[in-house]
Design a protein around this ligand. Structure first.
Ligand code: ADP
Ligand code: MG
Length: 678
């Protein structure tokens, strides 16, 4: 027997889904809609598309599989390409925002739900596809929910379903957990195919570190590290999976583990199955993909693997061999905060169903243990039963514009799986009106049609289009690109290095001659781009070279979209009669006048959107500690920890927004909604 690794010995035949292969293929043949459920790790995401391809479903069109998370789309496509022994981007490919790895030959295409939504705009009949698989539907991401509604609206109606298509579309909806009756009812009572799982019992214990009083504390990072080390020294062999909320926390926890794990006496014989060392691996969304590959490799003999991950490891990616879970009880979530009137990225307690999902990761291969660091009281008092779907807790502005551009005028009576609150829809309409994307009757304007082409926040798009109409798009293209990639600035965990990095970053900001975080982003972009040795430049300045490389690529793609639109003869052209040095900030104001704050007292700013919320400048801003010199500012986003912080800030003059601010109150949302209700 050949020693060479063969993809058909990759264990895929041992997955629970394998026994149901022919029945599953038949079920897809038999009906237009199918709901498939099965435990995380049963093989739904990686196997079903391969089965359908083998069964000939790619003859007429592609198989498209959506994922709510970007990393999942990429990682899974890599895995499937490996199993099929083909080059990624050939038969199997992926497409995520700003990164298209597909070709003419691609028949199995993994993509984010956002990408498929953009494709619907260009081709509502999805004529290139023979099968659409909406995956991870239980995550209830905003874009997946909208896709579900669109598919229901178009493809459950026999009159519309064949329009623009030469053969019928097959739709498979996959979900890890229950709610299958609801999904089936939503899609014309379609059949449900349940893949019976093999799971082992998981014993859960509560801790004493986090109680109802610790909602705002970040002490849980230290605690999970302590618990993970306890497991390492006192439990039998088996890998550990730690759940935290985001990148910086995860890096910090890994640093701590690394430092402390070195002090452990590995020779201490725990049981006869003792382990000698701990392999510490971070896992989060914006992580370099080559680094992710290690996560799935079995650890070397006598070494225990410890993966420190965000919620992505709850269902999107399955890591084999996990026996112990350490659950912090928190997750980072984008929530619409009606007190502040904005979407805020915040750390909140997970739901009970989420906690069960996390615990379940320990019972895949044998009985496992889940260590919850929070108290039973925290569970009872602070954790909701279920996670609220994203559609009911984030801004709908971009999605409502997409629906309007698809000709769906009545956005209130759109078939939502769970309806968002009406006031959220009204707020989105109002914001679209403020950005000139729709008119008073709720119809999409010419500008709105241009705006929908950009995969950016509508405000940022508005500023970019303003700049383009004034002929200074270069400024905003770079800024938009820099705001679309993560973590430009390196924050080393070590205090001495942190000081060094801070010094460099402050120097970069000072170089622009103005205290303005947008200008700093622009300057970093331009300086690096014009450098002879850009990677060395980044290293010297504590900038992530990888992130900047993505920013360069994003800028090119945005430039291409803009260039295509500028070919249209009615592309707006304006002249600027103000002071040239103000041009950049004036353009920003066009898109950010909804995010204006004025300093009220000391370091406290007050937002001008009618909510009058109290906010502070985030320590990462070059304006932090300079508050005394400021009066009016605009900002890119909001982060809530113990305080509400504004990030990426730019000082402005009141005159620049004076004429725009009344727009915030000019139209009563009901005026727009009465049209929506018509
Ligand atoms: P499901 O979608 O039902 O949750 P998947 O198809 O994602 O299941 O995973 C099936 C199996 O494939 C799991 O055991 C998982 O660990 C394995 N797997 C998935 N991706 C990779 C990868 N990149 N490397 C190694 N194994 C993987
Ligand atoms: Mg899956």
């Amino acid at each position: 027997k050949s020693a060479k690794w063969s993809p058909k010995e990759d264990g895929s035949k041992r997955l629970p889904i394998y026994q149901h292969k022919s029945k599953l293929i038949q079920a897809v043949r038999d009906c237009s809609f199918l709901v498939v459920t099965g435990e995380t790790g049963s093989g739904k995401t990686t196997q079903l598309p391969q089965y359908l391809r083998e069964a000939g479903f790619c003859k007429d069109g592609k198989i498209g599989i959506t994922q709510p998370r970007r990393v999942a789309a990429i990682t899974v496509a890599q895995r499937v390409a490996q199993e099929m022994q083909c080059t990624l981007g050939k038969e199997v490919g992926y497409q995520v925002r700003f990164d298209d790895c597909t070709s003419q030959d691609t028949v199995v295409k993994y993509m984010t739900d956002g990408c498929l939504l953009r494709e619907v705009l260009a081709d509502p009949a999805l004529s290139q596809y023979s099968v659409i698989i909406l995956d991870e539907v239980h995550e209830r991401s905003l874009n997946t929910d909208i896709l579900l509604g669109l598919i229901k609206k178009v493809f459950t109606d026999p009159a519309k379903a064949t329009k623009g298509r030469s053969f019928p579309l097959k739709v498979v909806v996959m979900s890890a957990t229950l709610e299958t009756d609801k999904l089936s009812a939503f899609l014309s009572n379609c059949p449900v195919f349940a893949i019976p799982g093999r799971t082992f019992p998981v014993t859960c214990t509560f801790g004493s570190a986090v109680g109802p009083k610790d909602l705002e504390s970040t002490g849980y990072v230290k605690e999970v590290v302590k618990v993970a080390l306890d497991i390492h020294t006192s439990e039998m062999a088996g890998d550990i999976l730690v759940f935290l909320t985001g990148q910086s926390e995860i890096e910090h926890a890994c640093d701590m583990l690394f430092e402390k794990a070195e002090c452990i006496d590995y020779r201490y014989d725990v049981t006869d199955q003792s382990v000698d060392g701990l392999l510490i691996l971070p896992l989060y969304g914006s992580m370099p993909t080559d680094q992710q590959r290690q996560i799935f490799q079995p650890p070397p003999p006598r070494i225990r693997k410890c993966v420190v991950a965000t919620n992505i490891a709850a269902t999107s990616l399955t890591i084999n061999g996990i026996k112990y879970i350490v659950d912090s009880g928190f997750v980072k979530q984008l929530n619409h905060n009606s007190r502040v009137g904005m979407d805020i990225l915040e750390v909140v307690p997970i739901s009970k169903s989420e906690a069960q999902q996390r615990a379940g990761r320990a019972g895949r291969t044998s009985a496992g243990k889940c260590f919850r660091i929070y108290t039973k009281e925290f569970w009872e008092k602070c954790m909701p039963e279920y996670t609220i779907p994203e559609i009911q807790r984030t801004s709908l502005t971009a999605v409502i514009l997409t629906l309007k551009c698809l000709g769906i005028h009545d956005v209130i009576r759109f078939p939502y799986l769970d309806c968002p609150e009406e006031r959220f829809i009204l707020e989105a309409l109002k914001q679209l009106y403020q950005f000139d994307a729709i008119d008073r009757r709720g119809n999409v304007t010419k500008l709105g049609e241009l705006m929908v082409e950009f995969p950016l926040h509508p405000g940022l798009t508005r500023a970019l289009l303003k700049a383009a109409s004034l002929g200074c798009q270069d400024l905003l293209l770079a800024v938009a690109a820099m705001l679309s990639v993560e973590n430009i600035f390196i924050r080393p965990g070590h205090p001495d290095k942190q000081k060094e990095a801070d010094k460099k970053h402050r120097a970069l900001a000072a170089k622009t001659g103005s205290m303005n975080d947008f200008a700093t982003l622009l300057s970093v972009f331009q300086s690096c781009k014009s450098s002879d040795r850009p990677s060395a430049w980044c290293k010297e300045n504590w900038i992530h070279w990888r992130a900047l490389k993505s920013a360069f690529s994003v800028e090119t793609q945005l430039r291409d979209i803009l260039h295509r639109l500028q070919q249209k003869k009615d592309f707006p052209v304006e002249t600027f009669d103000g002071n040239k040095s103000e041009l950049f900030r004036r353009c920003l104001c066009t898109g950010y006048f909804t995010n204006v704050a004025r300093r009220s007292i000391g370091k406290v700013f007050c937002t001008m959107d009618g909510h009058g919320s109290m906010v502070h400048i985030h320590p990462s801003s070059s304006l932090f500690d300079q508050e005394g010199e400021l009066n009016w500012v605009i900002f890119h986003d909001v982060l809530a920890t113990s305080r509400v912080y504004i990030r990426t800030v730019c000082p402005i003059r009141y005159e620049w927004v004076k004429d725009l601010l009344p727009k915030l109150h000019e139209v009563d949302a009901y005026e727009l909604s009465s049209v929506a209700r018509e």
